[in-house]
Design a protein around this ligand. Structure first.
Ligand code: PRX
Length: 651
């Protein structure tokens, strides 16, 4: 933990009470009700969660014990048996929802599909049988590397149905990233597609998988969905077409009765050091958290059409495109492509056409749309909207106000939801019918979430002062461990201060009790709502033959929140040039993916280091942001380095 204090400079006095029509229909319709339930859940968490588990989920066998907490390992609902896919599908087939739209999907080229709960159940059962036919069973890991098509959700639910553990890899990641995740998780099978559409071009998913295969010895089979019709080579004995295999299996597949703590999925996320971490989520606790927050925070009702724009390759897509909405029998919209294809009106056109009522997106998308001006949303009828959400990074008050006025027509509450891959579901967020919202604040903790803000010595800080955000009690959706590295789980999340979960974010609580998230405090950069480790980008740069050493920092970026800036030292014979700079940027894209492309690459003769050899990233951050360096530089080894770096503008 750094010993620097976190200073918060934002001042905001605007506040918007919940509209009364909204309040009347909301599950939690007043601040008193919120306070009562929050206190009850904090004081008697096991009673609170047992009640919720009874009403929110269907069980094959009720649990024996609500919580087995042996710090830092939690087991929830031990002895219970259930199935996530049963809860998302089968139970709705027993009701009028059987022919309700589960997924309304739109491809980037404009093709459309609607799958009812009945349709989805049918497809998931067949996909589960397809996996079984390939010898995949309970506990086996399956990598999913697909475009945002219904088959992505179908594949996840099929895994959940038979107890296989899915590991979705975002379609923007490169073959190296796929291979790393395959190796770490020891995946036996990959589900991919011949490609996906993005900005009018085909993303070569199958080609990326092929390139990863040489470094993925555990993978035995590749199942390929035909999405684009683009010709891809198929390796006999290894590669199988989705449609061929689906045609050979039946649509009857019993959902396995799985333990509450059965692993549901792995999702890799960046940490400040070393390789990406395989965050493990399990069955009952995760599903309960995703289901309850979808009801209470997203306020999903049977007549809603709900759209979360997140890619399913990230946690938001897992919890709030697939599991939370489907467990609630909601109608969820999925869109395959880019928000600005063919123009900046695409999102608003989809909302208008489908009469979307609840819309959940990221600040980076809001800022990008705001920059294009209000003319695009103004061309569309957005009056179907009743609730707007934001997730992934701090939302600046200007963007918040634009979202409220231009998209929400001033009538929709905005929920700014703070949470993480590790937390499984929303943690600090307004309940839209209960509390006033404030631009830029995530407001209050969800039920059962007990946050605190502490200083470097682990003491709680007074209201108004910034500090490190921690969580004091276990909650059902929390990660269980880092796959294959429980020691890292303990050091990363539970060793910074005794007995509390360390989020890695800074925060402050204002006089009214609202929480303000101040961003990451470690060497993780939040680019367009996605966490990237500076370490990984540095490793990618150093893997280029011309680079001897690299340091990567983040600096504010108007649209992406933060952008990546690289400082590199070249190997002896190499000389700085424009073409080398471009080559290095492309190299990072090849190694990690397009989202990691640096904004700038500066060539340096030396990097500012402490006497113990640690790169002083704070100083590099100042240079990248074009600021004068303030603060302590006494531990800097060689002062001349700084002057040289400043003088050395991007080549
Ligand atoms: O820094 C916080 C930021 O995103 C981080 C979590 O990233 P990830 O695990 O990729 O999950 C993103 C989607 C949940 C957090 O540690 N973050 C997320 N939501 C917010 C946020 N920062 C401020 N406000 C938010 N609403």
């Amino acid at each position: 933990m750094s010993s620097n204090d976190i200073t918060s400079v934002l001042k905001e006095d605007r506040s918007f009470p919940p509209p009364s029509a909204f309040q009347q229909r909301a599950l939690i319709g007043s601040m008193e009700e919120y306070d009562r339930l929050w206190t009850y859940a904090a004081e008697q968490p096991e009673r609170f969660w047992a009640e919720q588990a009874t009403t929110c989920l269907n069980w094959f066998k009720r649990w024996d014990r609500v919580l087995d907490w042996q710090l830092p390992h939690a087991k929830w609902f031990t002895g219970g048996k259930l199935n996530v896919s049963y809860n998302c599908l089968d139970r709705h087939l027993l009701t009028w929802r059987r022919n309700k739209a589960a997924i309304i999907w739109e491809g980037e080229p404009g093709d459309r599909r609607v799958l009812t709960y009945n349709d989805l159940h049918h497809e998931v059962c067949r996909a589960a049988n397809m996996l079984k036919k390939q010898g995949i069973g309970s506990g086996d890991r399956v990598t999913i590397y697909m475009p945002l098509v219904p088959e992505l959700a179908i594949s996840m639910l099929a895994c959940a149905r038979i107890g296989a553990v899915h590991n979705v890899v975002f379609g923007g990641f490169s073959s190296e990233a796929i291979a790393d995740r395959n190796r770490d998780s020891q995946a036996r099978l990959i589900i991919t597609a011949d490609g996906g559409w993005r900005r009018g071009a085909i993303v070569p998913l199958k080609a990326n998988v092929d390139a990863a295969m040489a470094k993925s010895p555990s993978v035995e089979r590749v199942i390929v969905l035909k999405r684009t019709g683009w010709e891809v080579p198929m390796q006999a004995g290894r590669d199988l077409w989705w449609h061929d295999e689906m045609a050979t299996v039946s649509a009857n597949c019993q959902a396995e009765e799985l333990d509450s703590e059965h692993p549901l999925f792995l999702l890799y996320t960046s940490g400040s050091t070393g390789k990406p971490k395989g965050i493990l989520h399990t069955t009952a606790g995760y599903l309960l958290h995703a289901t309850l927050t979808s009801q209470v925070v997203l306020d999903l009702k049977d007549d809603d059409t709900y759209w979360c724009t997140a890619d399913v390759g990230w946690i938001t897509g897992h919890s709030y495109v697939v599991y939370g909405p489907l467990a609630n029998g909601a109608t969820t919209v999925m869109y395959e492509g880019a928000p600005n294809f063919p123009d900046w009106g695409r999102l608003w056109e989809i909302i208008e056409r489908n009469k979307v009522s609840v819309f959940y997106t990221a600040p980076t998308a809001i800022r990008a749309c705001a920059r294009e001006g209000s003319k695009w949303p103004k061309q569309r009828d957005l009056t179907s909207l009743r609730l707007l959400g934001s997730v992934g990074e701090p939302i600046n008050p200007e963007a918040w106000m634009w979202y409220r006025d231009t998209i929400g027509g001033g009538r929709c509450p905005i929920i700014d939801t703070w949470w993480q891959t590790e937390t499984g579901g929303m943690m600090i967020t307004p309940l839209p019918g209960a509390m006033a919202t404030v631009p830029g604040s995530a407001t209050r903790p969800f039920f059962g979430v007990v946050p605190d803000i502490i200083d470097a010595s682990g003491n709680s800080v007074p209201r108004g002062k910034g500090g490190f955000l921690v969580i004091r009690q276990p909650w059902p959706g929390m990660l269980r461990t880092i796959w294959g590295d429980d020691e890292r789980y303990k050091t990363q999340y539970w060793s910074q201060a005794p007995g509390v979960y360390f989020t890695g974010d800074g925060a402050r609580q204002d006089a009214a009790g609202n929480y303000w998230i101040l961003g990451r405090i470690d060497d993780v950069i939040n680019v367009a709502g996605h966490r990237l480790s500076t370490m990984e980008v540095e490793s990618a740069l150093v893997s280029h033959p011309s680079v001897a050493e690299a340091a990567v920092v983040g600096a504010p970026h108007e649209l992406k929140g933060e952008g990546l800036h690289a400082f590199v030292l070249l190997e002896g014979s190499h000389r700085p040039s424009d073409s080398l700079m471009r080559d290095l940027m492309d190299h990072v894209v090849r190694q990690i993916g397009a989202l990691a492309r640096p904004e700038s690459v500066r060539f340096a003769q030396a990097l500012p280091k402490t006497r113990s050899g640690k790169i002083m990233r704070r100083l590099l951050r100042d240079i990248a942001a074009g600021r004068a360096s303030v603060g302590d530089t006494t531990s800097l080894e060689d002062f001349s380095v700084l002057a040289t770096l400043r003088a050395n503008e991007d080549v």
